[in-house]
Design a protein around this ligand. Sequence first.
Ligand SMILES: [Zn+2]
Ligand SMILES: [Zn+2]
Length: 160
Amino acid sequence: MQTGRCQVCEEQLGSRTHEFYSRTQKVVFEGKLKTVTVLYELQEMSFCGQECWEAMEKPIMDGLHPLYQQLHPVAKCCECQAPVDRTQPHYALYVGELEDVSQPWLASMRILDEREVAVFCAECRVPDGDLAAALGLLTEENDSVAAAESEPAKKLEPQS
Ligand SMILES: [Zn+2]
Ligand SMILES: [Zn+2]
C-alpha cells in the first residue's frame, strides 16, 4: 500500500502518509457510545503530507456541502442535503493520517488521525457491489428495525 507516489507532487511516499478513502459504514448508537462498523473500504488517493492533501482537498470537495459533520444519528447528504440514517449502511469519504508500522512479517498501518469528510445518501452515491452485500447483511441481522426504514434501501436495487 505504501509503495506508491504522492498524487500531487509525485514524491515517493514515506512511512507517514495522508490517505483519502471511501467507506461504506454504519453506526450503532448506544447511549453515548458510538460504534462505527466499516463494511467496505476503498483507498482512493495517497499524499505525502498535509500540504499535498490540502492542495487536492478543494477540487475534491468542490460543491459538496456540508463537510466534516459530527457523528450524529442523522447526517446530511453532501450532494442533495437529504437526511442520511447512519444506522443504515451509507457511503462516506474519509481523510486520515497513517503511519506504516509494518514488520518484515506483517504489513500494518496505524491510523494516527482520521476525519470523516462527507456523507452521501443512497440516492447520490452507491459504491459498486459492496452496498448491496451490506444491505443483505443488514436484513439478516435486524429485520424488524430495518423494515420500519426500508424505503431508501429499496431504491438501491440495481435497475440494469
Ligand atoms: Zn506530495
Ligand atoms: Zn443525496
